[in-house]
Design a protein around this ligand. Structure first.
Ligand code: AMP
Ligand code: GLY
Length: 424
C-alpha cells in the first residue's frame, strides 16, 4: 500500500516509524517530514496545509492511504477537499471532515457539542465584540480563577488562567478589542476552573465504533516540577498510573461513548483519531478539550507501546470495520523526554549541529525539529528530539531515556530531567 503521512514533528516520526514496520506498507511518503522520517520513507517537500498540492500528489503517486498528523490541514478542510475529487474516490483518509474538525478548531463549537450530548466539562459562556459589556459583567461576578480561551486555533497559547477579576477583564479586552490572538480570539469562551490532574486519552474511530489506544500524560511546562511557561510538551509517559480500570470505565461510559454517539446524531463524518484532553476531579473525568489528531509528544509513547499493526488499524478505520478490530499493546511503561532549543518556548536559534544521534539499542530517538544541512543533522525547531524508552517500571524507562540523552549534544540543548516525577 502506498501511504502519505502529513506533518513534520515528533508525532509524525513516531507514526512513520510504526507504519514502516507494517507488512502492508509498500511505499511511505512523509510531507514535509524531518530528518527522522527520512529514515522511515521518502520525504516530500510539500506543506500539509497546501490542499491542492496534497490532492495532486495523491493523484500523481496513486496514494491509497493518507494520514493527517497535525490539526491545521484538518481544520482547513483537507479531508473534504480530497474526498470530493472524482479521481480519489478510493482513497482512504484518516482525519475528520472540516465540520467535525471544529471540535478542535472552535472551543465554542466543542463546548456546545459537549453540552448537547451531556458530556462532562467545565461550565462556560461565550462572548464576542457584540456581547462585550455582558462579558465584562459576567467576568466581574465569576469565581476565581477564571479560564479564558480564544475560540480558534492559537498554537496552544490561547488559554489564559486569570487569578484576579482585573487580569481576566484585561485579557478579555486584549482578545476581543486588540486581537491578541488574531481572528482566533474574536470569540472568547469563559469557563469555570477545574482543579485536578490531567491526562490524554486517545481513540481511533470509524464514526460508529472505536478502538481505545494507550493513554498518556504530557508534561507541558518548561520547568521541572511543572513550573514556568507552557510549551508544546516536554515529555510524556504511558500508561498513566492513576488511570486505573474503574476510572477508565467512567471515561468510556461518560465521555467516549457519548462523543461517538454525538458524532452520529449530529451526522459528523469522522474517521480518525480523537484526542480527549481530560482532567480527573475527585475521581470523575471531565473534558478540557478535544483534539482531532494524535498528541505530540504523547504519540512518541503510545506508538512504541502498540504491538498491533498500525496500518491495518487505520485501514479498518477508513473502511468502517473497527467493530471487528482489537489491538494489543505492551504493559511496559514508556517515557519520552523532549530535548529543546535553548530559549524555547520564547525566542531560540536554529541551525546548530546535533551530535550523538547514531543508533544505539535501548531507546528510540524520534526527531521533531531537525533538518539535514550539508550532510549534518541540525536543529530546526523549538522541540528538537524526543527520546523514548520502554521498561517494566516507569522509573527505569525514565532512567534509560536520561542515559541516552547524555550522549546527545547541541548548543543550548535543554530537557526536563523529572518527567514522570509524581509517580516514581
Ligand atoms: P487547552 O488549550 O484547552 O488544552 O488548555 C491548555 C491548558 O489550560 C490545559 O491543558 C489545562 O492545563 C488548562 N485548562 C484549560 N481549561 C481549563 C479549566 N477549565 N480548568 C483548569 N485548567 C484548564
Ligand atoms: N501534547 C498536547 C498536544 O498535542 O496538543
Amino acid at each position: 500500500m502506498k501511504i502519505l503521512l502529513l506533518g513534520s514533528g515528533g508525532r509524525e516520526h513516531a507514526l512513520a516509524w510504526k507504519m514502516a514496520q507494517s507488512p502492508l506498507t509498500t511505499q511511505l511518503f512523509i510531507a514535509p517530514g524531518n530528518t527522522g522520517t527520512a529514515q522511515c520513507g521518502t520525504n516530500v517537500p510539500m506543506e500539509a496545509t497546501d490542499l491542492d498540492a496534497v490532492k495532486r500528489f495523491c493523484i500523481t503517486n496513486q496514494i491509497e492511504l493518507v494520514v493527517i498528523g497535525p490539526e491545521d490541514p484538518l481544520v482547513k478542510g483537507l479531508v473534504d477537499h480530497l474526498k470530493k475529487e472524482p479521481q480519489l474516490q478510493n482513497l482512504m483518509v484518516i482525519g475528520p471532515s472540516k465540520e467535525a474538525a471544529q471540535l478542535e478548531g472552535s472551543k465554542a463549537y466543542a463546548k456546545a457539542f459537549m453540552q448537547r450530548h451531556d458530556i462532562p466539562t467545565a461550565a462556560y459562556k461565550e462572548f464576542t465584540a457584540d456581547t462585550f459589556d455582558e462579558g465584562v459583567a459576567y467576568l466581574q461576578q465569576h469565581s476565581l480563577p477564571i479560564v479564558l480561551k480564544a475560540d480558534g486555533l492559537a498554537g496552544g497559547k490561547g488559554v489564559i488562567i486569570a487569578q484576579s477579576h482585573e487580569d481576566a477583564i484585561d485579557e478579555f479586552k486584549m482578545m476581543i478589542q486588540q486581537s491578541k490572538f488574531g481572528d482566533a480570539g474574536k470569540k472568547v469562551v469563559v469557563e469555570e476552573f477545574l482543579n485536578g490532574i490531567e491526562l490524554s486519552v486517545f481513540v481511533v474511530t470509524d464514526g460508529k465504533n472505536y478502538v481505545l489506544l494507550p493513554e498518556a500524560k504530557d508534561y507541558k511546562r518548561i520547568g521541572e516540577g511543572d513550573t514556568g511557561l507552557n510549551t508544546g510538551g516536554m515529555g510524556a509517559i504511558s500508561p498513566v498510573p492513576f488511570a486505573d480500570e474503574t476510572f477508565m470505565q467512567k471515561v468510556k461510559t461518560k465521555i467516549i461513548d457519548p462523543t461517538i454517539q454525538g458524532l452520529q446524531k449530529d451526522n459528523l463524518d469522522y474517521k480518525g483519531f480523537i484526542f480527549f484532553g481530560l482532567i480527573k476531579v475527585q475521581n470523575e473525568p471531565f473534558v478540557i478539550e478535544y483534539n482531532c489528531r494524535m498528541g505530540d509528544p504523547e504519540t512518541e509513547v503510545v506508538m512504541p507501546r502498540l504491538q498491533s499493526d498500525l496500518v491495518a488499524l487505520l485501514v479498518a478505520t477508513a473502511t468502517q470495520q473497527l467493530n471487528n478490530t482489537t489491538i494489543q499493546y505492551t504493559n511496559d511503561s514508556a517515557c519520552t523526554i523532549v530535548a529543546v532549543s535553548g530559549g524555547y518556548p520564547a525566542d531560540f536559534k536554529k541551525g546548530y549541529e546535533i551530535n550523538g544521534l547514531q543508533s544505539k539499542s535501548g531507546s528510540i530517538v524520534f526527531h521533531a525539529g531537525t533538518k539535514e544541512v550539508n550532510g549534518k543533522i541540525t536543529t530546526n525547531g523549538g522541540r528538537v528530539i524526543c527520546v523514548t524508552s520502554l521498561a517494566p517500571r516507569l522509573q527505569d524507562a525514565v532512567a534509560i531515556s536520561k542515559e541516552r540523552l547524555q550522549d546527545i549534544h547541541f548548543t543550548g540543548m535543554y530537557y526536563r530531567a523529572d518527567i514522570g516525577y509524581e509517580f516514581q
